[in-house]
Design a protein. Structure first.
Ligand code: 5GP
Length: 116
């Protein structure tokens, strides 16, 4: 749940910060990661800021989680030949830095060990 300043992703969704948006529908946006870890590195971000991580999203709105996953597949079909890794960092010790749930879609010739 949002309890302080808007996340960087909320500011991108609001149009306050520029991003390379590759998909935009009623429930999610997808953008290119600013620091790509693979040739294709997209982020699928629910527009709501109600969920900090995938565990909260799964409990609170499983249909929205399913839409995030379906969107990841659609993007991978378009950008990465349908082959990809889907990553939800969950918790700071697991590498999560933005506490507004988002899925990393990594593809396009992943290098072994590139994403710890
Ligand atoms: P996390 O570490 O929370 O799983 O993932 C956050 C991701 O957001 C990181 O891969 C980081 O590079 C990306 N990111 C952070 N700030 C921005 C930004 O302002 N624009 C874009 N496009 N990506 C960002």
């Amino acid at each position: 749940m949002s309890d302080s300043a808007p996340s960087i992703f909320s500011r991108i969704i609001a149009g306050e910060i520029p991003a390379d948006i590759v998909l935009d529908d009623d429930r999610v946006i997808a953008i290119r990661d600013i620091a790509p870890q693979a040739p294709v590195h997209l982020l699928v971000i629910p527009k709501t800021d109600a969920y900090r991580d995938v565990s909260e999203l799964a409990a609170g709105d499983p249909a929205l989680l399913a839409h995030v996953v379906a969107t990841a597949q659609k993007l991978a079909d378009e950008h990465s030949g349908g082959q990809y890794r889907l990553v939800f960092n969950t918790g700071a010790e697991a590498g999560q830095t933005v506490f507004h749930v988002h899925a990393h879609v990594l593809g396009g010739g992943l290098e072994e060990g590139k994403l710890a």
